[in-house]
Ligand binder design. Structure first.
Ligand SMILES: Cc1cc2nc3c(=O)[nH]c(=O)nc-3n(C[C@H](O)[C@H](O)[C@H](O)COP(=O)(O)OP(=O)(O)OC[C@H]3O[C@@H](n4cnc5c(N)ncnc54)[C@H](O)[C@@H]3O)c2cc1C
Ligand code: FES
Length: 312
């Protein structure tokens, strides 16, 4: 049986053990969220030996060169020595700068990082509480425009991070893990094309960033933003969006409640085959929207989606 080593600790595990499970079963608390290779909460560094990695493409070449692996995607085949991601050593320090409830369930968290972070609209980060809870959240801010890093947290359900976030105080420390880009971004080559931004719940966070980036870059084509939410009280950026639509005639904004969704989907039609659609939110909503757009004739490569996979 291969030996797994972390610092001074070494123990034997069955061949083919999932690395994340093997570490957590031994009491080495490695956080995780999606278990699907998308959130990167479970990063570990392999300092000796090589696990079988089932999703090597989930990390960049440079990250893999430095030994980083996603524990949830790795199986132990041979002796392996790993270091767990230590947010104090490997992450960036930040403090809570502002807290505001944008709706009964959506908390806006603004963070001041210890040093400037280079990022683009639509990217996400793993946030770490002092107690070691790590969860991925999308950036709603823009590096060129905003003083703080902004996040929109869905706190409707109980959850380890959401519970901690409800108790955050201004000035509290928080650590930032790895910065990542999913599918969502703004490409200046899209300048004249119709752009659809379809967000469910706090899936609006990265699309708020992408929208402002598109407007900042002078996007000339029509932009249609649709926000799906449980009910009217949850259209949490309505005032900011109406200010933007008053300022930019090419921007139209629609609000759809859960009760209105079936009708909205049934009536969804493509006006142009040039349309680019960016989707974000919980898996069920993104799947329903993607399926409808596909049936409406949108080519698959014109649909970019980030899915908020919850903690497994
Ligand atoms: C790339 C990416 C970006 C994301 N960006 C955002 C974002 O910008 N905003 C946002 O709000 N979310 C975002 N998410 C989703 C967010 O990371 C998850 O919802 C995360 O799990 C929330 O953490 P939590 O600790 O509050 O809840 P968790 O403790 O992780 O629980 C997850 C869900 O399971 C439920 N649950 C927990 N324990 C139990 C139990 N015992 N029985 C039944 N149900 C249970 C909780 O109520 C919760 O709804 C993103 C996800 C990904 C992958
Ligand atoms: S990538 Fe491993 S838990 Fe999300």
């Amino acid at each position: 049986m291969p030996e797994l080593r972390v610092g001074e600790w070494a123990w034997s595990v069955a061949v083919g053990s999932n690395l994340l499970d093997a570490l957590n079963l031994a009491g080495i608390a490695v956080p995780y969220s999606c278990r699907a290779g998308s959130c990167h909460a479970c990063l570990v560094r392999c300092v000796q030996g090589e696990p079988q990695d089932n999703r090597p493409e989930a990390l960049t070449f440079a990250q893999r060169e430095r030994g980083w692996r996603l524990a949830c995607q790795c199986q132990v085949r041979e002796d392996l020595q790993v270091e767990v991601f230590d947010p104090r050593r490997d992450g960036l320090a930040a403090t809570v700068a502002e807290l505001a409830w944008l709706s009964p369930t959506v908390l806006r968290l603004r963070l001041r990082p210890e040093r400037p972070l280079r990022y683009s609209a639509g990217q996400h980060l793993v946030l770490w509480t002092e107690q070691g809870v790590a969860r991925p959240y999308s950036l709603a801010s823009l590096p060129e425009e905003d003083r703080y890093l902004e996040f929109h947290l869905d706190c409707r359900q109980p959850g380890a991070f959401s519970d901690a976030a409800r108790r955050f105080q201004v000035g509290a420390p928080i650590r930032l893990g790895e910065l990542r880009g999913g599918a969502l971004h703004y490409d200046p080559d899209w300048h004249a094309r119709p752009l659809w931004l379809l967000a469910a719940g706090t899936g609006l966070a990265p699309l708020w960033g992408v929208l402002r980036e598109a407007l900042r870059q002078g996007h000339a084509g029509p932009i249609r933003l649709v926000h799906l939410a449980q009910d009217d009280s949850e259209h949490y950026l309505a005032s900011g969006l109406s200010e933007l639509s008053a300022q930019f005639p090419n921007l139209s904004v629609e609000y759809v409640s859960a009760a209105e969704l079936p009708d909205f989907l049934a009536k969804l039609r493509l006006v142009s085959r040039q349309t680019l659609a960016l989707l974000c939110g919980a898996p069920a909503s993104v799947e329903a929207l993607a399926k409808r757009l596909y049936l409406a004739g949108l080519p698959r490569n014109q649909l970019l989606a980030d899915v908020f996979v919850a903690h497994a």
